[in-house]
Design a protein around this ligand. Structure first.
Ligand code: GAR
Length: 203
C-alpha cells in the first residue's frame, strides 16, 4: 500500500507542484498525495491541487480563533483522509509540541537555507534570503528536515548548497534556491520517507 501524504501549504505552492510533478515522473513511487491543507483561502496552491484532482481544505487559524482549534481541525482532516505522512511545503504556521509529538518522524519541512543558518522563529520566505545576503555568506541552499517542537530544529534529512552571486536580490536568490535545491531535495526526501513508512505499513 502506498503511503498517504498530506501537503500543508500557505502560498504559491511551487514546492507542492514539485511534489505533484515528482509523482507523475515516478520520482515518488512509494507515496501518493492524498490531501492538501492550506492555512490561507487565497493560496494559489489550492488551484494546483484542484488542477490535479487532489482533495483540499482550508484551515484558517484566524477563523478558528486558537492554536488548539487550528491543530484540532487539521488533525480531524488527517484522520478522515487516513494520512500517514505530512509534508510542510511553504506552510507558514508553527505547530505545537502536542501536534508534532503525535506524528514522530512523520512530518517533514523544507526550509530555504542551510540549517542551522538563517532558521528558526521569524525566518521564513524572502526574509531568509534577505538575511543571507545581508550577512554576506557566499553559499546558501535548502534543507529538508523532520519537524519537532523546535522551529526548524528536527533532524536533517537532505541539504543542497547554492552559490550566492554578487548582484543577487532576495527574489533572485529565492528563485535559484527553489530551482536548484528545494524542488529537487523535497521530492527526494518525500520518496525516502514514504518508502520507510510504506515498508512499516505493509509488514
Ligand atoms: C519556499 O521557499 C519554502 O522553502 C519557504 O517558503 C517558500 C514557499 O514557496 N518556507 C519557509 O520559509 C518555511 N520556514 P512555495 O509556496 O512556492 O512552495
Amino acid at each position: 500500500m502506498l503511503t498517504r501524504i498530506a501537503v500543508l501549504v500557505s502560498g504559491g505552492g511551487t514546492n507542492l507542484q514539485a511534489l505533484i510533478d515528482a509523482k507523475k515522473s515516478g520520482i515518488i513511487k512509494s507515496g501518493e498525495i492524498s490531501l492538501v491543507i492550506s492555512s490561507s483561502p487565497s493560496a494559489y496552491a489550492l488551484t494546483r491541487a484542484a488542477d490535479n484532482n487532489i482533495p483540499s481544505a482550508v484551515v484558517s487559524k484566524k477563523d478558528l480563533g486558537s492554536q488548539r482549534a487550528f491543530e484540532q481541525k487539521i488533525n480531524e482532516l488527517l484522520v478522515e483522509y487516513k494520512i500517514d505522512f505530512i509534508i510542510l511545503a511553504g506552510f507558514m504556521c508553527i505547530l505545537s509540541e502536542d501536534f508534532t509529538k503525535a506524528y514522530p518522524k512523520r512530518i517533514i519541512n523544507v526550509h530555504p537555507s542551510l540549517i542551522p543558518s538563517f532558521c528558526g522563529k521569524g525566518y521564513y520566505g524572502l526574509k531568509v534570503h534577505q538575511a543571507a545576503i545581508e550577512y554576506g555568506v557566499k553559499v546558501t541552499g535548502a534543507t529538508v528536515h523532520f519537524v519537532n517542537e523546535i522551529p526548524d530544529g528536527g533532524r536533517i534529512i537532505l541539504q543542497k548548497a547554492v552559490d550566492i552571486k554578487e548582484d543577487d536580490t532576495p527574489e533572485s536568490l529565492q528563485k535559484r534556491v527553489m530551482e536548484q535545491a528545494e524542488w529537487k531535495i523535497l521530492p527526494q526526501a518525500a520518496e525516502m520517507i514514504s518508502k520507510e513508512i510504506a515498508e512499516r505499513k505493509n509488514n
